[in-house]
Write a protein that binds this ligand. Structure first.
Ligand SMILES: Cc1cc2nc3c(=O)[nH]c(=O)nc-3n(C[C@H](O)[C@H](O)[C@H](O)COP(=O)(O)O)c2cc1C
Ligand SMILES: Nc1ncnc2c1ncn2[C@@H]1O[C@H](COP(=O)(O)OP(=O)(O)O)[C@@H](O)[C@H]1O
Ligand SMILES: [Mg+2]
Length: 190
């Protein structure tokens, strides 16, 4: 119920926005519902992970490339949890898609420009998680949070560049049936 008193004329401290505001990290993340996660994946604890993401090539067209199963498959870093810095009350899954491993990494330098794709709201997305990076933390500043996410991107990239992981992104003809099946699942959309 609305409190029975007049509204304040302003909101937020006079001295300027207070943490966690201003809230634009400049790091786009596809936020996906985590409703069934604890049922379907009870062993998936909150934390930061790396993996592979595929977007439906019938819906998503990458910049300057034809949409094929290969051009819509990307390395990714994600967080599962409550974003302690923002004190969220519901668990969320937030995926940041990185550029293909064949391109130079935009996050190799301090204060990077994080990778941005054309918007893909409403596009079906397949996610395969391949490894765990770290737990979620609270931070003293937004800069500290951004710097840790930058390092996460680099850890994810170096982790995925290893042969046994790259096979989930590119068919080198040497992958096991299990890996081939996972890659086929990733790029199969109805
Ligand atoms: C790789 C990665 C790691 C993250 N780690 C943390 C973390 O340790 N603590 C935290 O509070 N939020 C973490 N976040 C979540 C960001 O706070 C989140 O993306 C931000 O709230 C932006 O939300 P929005 O997409 O709703 O704008 C992480 C996000 C990513 C992509
Ligand atoms: N590299 C990327 N990783 C994830 N999403 C991206 C990326 N580049 C663009 N997007 C788009 O940006 C959207 C998320 O932007 P974001 O700033 O996190 O806003 P919000 O999550 O509040 O909608 C995604 O749903 C997607 O359409
Ligand atoms: Mg987001």
């Amino acid at each position: 119920m609305r409190p029975d008193k007049p509204r304040d004329a302003v909101a937020g401290p006079d001295a300027g926005p207070e943490a966690p505001y201003p809230k634009d990290l400049g790091i786009p993340t596809a936020n996906i519902p985590a409703d069934n996660l604890s049922v379907e994946h009870p062993d998936l604890t909150t934390g930061v992970y790396y993996g592979v993401v595929a977007l439906d090539p019938k819906k998503f067209v990458p910049d300057g490339a034809e949409a094929t199963a290969q051009t819509t498959l990307f390395p990714a870093v994600l967080s599962i949890g409550y974003n302690p810095f923002y004190k969220n009350e519901v668990r969320s899954v937030e995926i940041h898609i990185m550029p293909p491993l064949t391109q130079p990494s935009p996050t190799a330098v301090p204060q990077p420009k994080f990778h941005r794709l054309p918007d893909f709201y409403g596009t079906e997305l397949h996610l395969l998680i391949l490894g765990y990076i770290r737990p979620e933390f609270d931070y003293v500043s937004m800069e500290a949070l951004i710097e840790d996410i930058r390092v996460d991107c680099e850890v994810a990239r170096q982790s995925l560049l290893r042969e046994a992981y790259q096979r989930y992104l590119v068919d080198d003809g040497k992958a096991s049936e299990e890996v081939n099946a996972a890659r086929n699942w990733l790029v199969s959309f109805p």
